[in-house]
Design a protein around this ligand. Structure first.
Ligand code: SAH
Length: 252
């Protein structure tokens, strides 16, 4: 059985207990070397073979998995954040299905959650937005026709934009074309939860300049929306005049 493991956004203490137990016991570790913090692999089993998938294509990854299975060795595939978000683990699972090799997925803390934590932010702020859009810009790989940033921007939901820090000029242009005010708050978080984490706050109008000045060109998320502002409603969940399943409203 192959275990796909979400390594979390960076801080090795944000790896799940289950993920850590499986990594530490594995004979073969394939990890996404471009983003996974090597500290996540700090206590491997003696003699464990470690492969960096940044240097491998899909066939090579599957060959290593297949060889491990045939030899009766435990193989783990370590992805950054959670594999379900831009992890490209589906194509690996499909290949394993064809080969009759079983697998499981151990979720991880996605960088969009590490980013919210770094910002002390709640994406679903009452009276501002109750929807979170996770997306990316069209870059070297295309976006589906109905998912262009400009169209998604029309919802004024809380937006988290992956893989796109190199296209900030086009990003801000498209957000404005989608109807956001230039004063809408934006934050860019570089390497959320890593020791070198950087937070840049600004608006759609000035974020590009600030990010350039900070020299950030990769491993960053851009988050956009009024949830980053200072105003919002209070939740009903903790409202003393609101009855919930567990708590009766107080009379005054
Ligand atoms: N599966 C990952 C995302 C992989 S796509 C997850 O769940 O987080 C890679 C992109 O994720 C990067 O280009 C960057 O936009 C973002 N990213 C990954 N780790 C990050 C981190 N620690 N801080 C900020 N952005 C990060």
């Amino acid at each position: 059985m192959i275990s796909f493991i979400g390594a979390g956004p960076g801080d090795p203490e944000l790896l799940t207990l289950k993920g850590k137990r499986l990594i530490d016991a594995a004979d073969v570790i394939i990890y996404a070397g471009s983003l996974v913090n090597p500290a996540v692999l700090a206590d491997p089993k003696e003699g464990a073979k470690i492969y960096n998938s940044a240097l491998m294509d899909l066939d090579e990854v599957i060959e290593v998995m297949e060889a491990a299975e045939k030899a009766g060795k435990k193989c783990v595939r370590v992805h950054t954040g959670d594999p379900a978000i831009y992890g490209a683990h589906r194509e690996q699972m499909d290949r394993l299905d064809q080969l009759g090799i079983t697998y499981e997925v151990i979720p991880g803390v996605s960088s969009f959650l590490g980013t919210a934590a770094a910002l002390n932010a709640e994406y679903t702020l009452p009276g501002k937005s109750q929807t979170v859009i996770l997306t990316r810009m069209e870059g070297r790989t295309p976006m589906p026709e109905r998912e262009k940033l400009q169209d998604l921007a029309k919802h004024h939901a809380s937006m988290v934009i992956f893989l796109s820090i190199g296209f900030l000029d086009q990003m801000t242009e498209q957000l404005l074309a989608g109807g956001y005010e230039p004063t809408t708050p934006v934050a860019v978080v570089y390497k959320a939860t890593w020791p070198e984490q950087k937070i840049i706050r600004g608006t759609i109008a000035d974020i590009e300049g600030k990010v350039k000045e900070a020299g950030i060109t990769k491993t960053a998320l851009t988050v956009v929306g009024d949830f980053l502002g200072s105003e919002h409603d209070l939740s009903k969940l903790y409202d003393k005049h609101f009855t919930t399943e567990f708590r009766k409203a107080k009379e005054e």
